[in-house]
Design a protein around this ligand. Sequence first.
Ligand SMILES: Cc1cc2nc3c(=O)[nH]c(=O)nc-3n(C[C@H](O)[C@H](O)[C@H](O)COP(=O)(O)OP(=O)(O)OC[C@H]3O[C@@H](n4cnc5c(N)ncnc54)[C@H](O)[C@@H]3O)c2cc1C
Length: 374
Amino acid sequence: MRLSLTEADEEFRATAREWLLANAPKDRAPPDGQASRDYALAWLARCHRDGWSGISWPTEYGGRGLSQERLLIWYEEYVRARAPSVLDCTFVALNHAGPTVFACGTEEQKAFHLPRILGGKVIWCQGFSEPGAGSDLAALSTSAVVDGDHLVVNGQKIWSSFADVADYQELLVRTLPGSKRHQGLSWVICDMKSKGITVRPIENMAGVTHFAEVFYDNVRIPLSNVVGGLHEGWKTAMTTFGFERKTAAIGLQLELSVKIEDLIALAEPLPGSATAVRLGELRAEVAGLRSMTYRALLREPANASDGSLVRLSFGELAQRVYRAAMDILGPDALLNGSWTHDYLESYSETIAGGTAEIQRNIIAERILGMPRIK
Ligand SMILES: Cc1cc2nc3c(=O)[nH]c(=O)nc-3n(C[C@H](O)[C@H](O)[C@H](O)COP(=O)(O)OP(=O)(O)OC[C@H]3O[C@@H](n4cnc5c(N)ncnc54)[C@H](O)[C@@H]3O)c2cc1C
């Protein structure tokens, strides 16, 4: 699939390219902790200062209000310039918490939070998964009881990315005592500095503390922080997943097209060799994924199940690309850039945001119309 771009779009591309060339940091971002927060916020604030954050966000909340095509052009130029990975600690706020507040929040919530997100002032994390509720999110049990004009939260979340450096959390809790499954949940904005919150970081196999357990002990959250209505949280959470599984990963998917070209350049395969064939096939698959991503983003009306197709294809393809890098580069992978790190991290791409099996279930039921497994 090709974008049909106007002359004005190409001018936009040229301006973005020039700005990124002059401004994209050359040093590598710190992987985690306070240093990663400082780095990510400084970079986002710099983008914002020059009008390069919130490309497609509405202008009244600090965005540029531009088309999805321009957003894609920005991402193309962004990855081309090898600007900092989009999967840094601003990811949740920019890609699904902010968009959810925009789609479902009150005017006050939007006016307060959205400009702070785009201006690089705050980090958000997500508190959905629990030890007993991951794929089966509706089984969640963290409770929030109404007490006057507040909710009082007790329970535990797990795998909350960037929770150790976050200011706010998109938190899904059970607000209707005794309610079951999808009923009686609420999506609330939790101030991570609230009394009663304990964050315990978890180190992943790449040696990075990307996520954390979060414990809530009588944490008081104003009722005015509920987004999308009290007890209506499942609907709001599905809006979040809509963004998380579809638009959130565009930057990551486009990053893969740069990675495969880098790998081909490093590998220098002999024409016709098994390595050349393997890399050629991967390059073709990456191009296919890119087309799927563009179609998912530009399709009108939007198709909610596109997200699962793109998410699943990306996760499995990323693993094949980084596996090939390990096989082909061998020990050189340790010397050339971040291949080893990317390889280890790629295992999480078929888990985060819903596992590959769950995406397959969604595709089977909602796209192929197959019967639901009881
Ligand atoms: C890098 C990373 C970042 C993450 N960040 C966050 C975050 O910020 N916030 C957050 O809330 N969560 C986050 N998660 C958690 C993630 O959403 C869950 O790990 C995921 O939903 C799976 O849940 P689980 O780990 O409880 O596994 P389980 O649900 O226990 O699944 C275990 C296995 O069973 C399979 N399975 C389960 N149910 C079915 C079914 N119905 N059909 C077929 N197979 C099934 C799964 O596919 C999986 O292989 C993150 C995870 C990772 C890896």
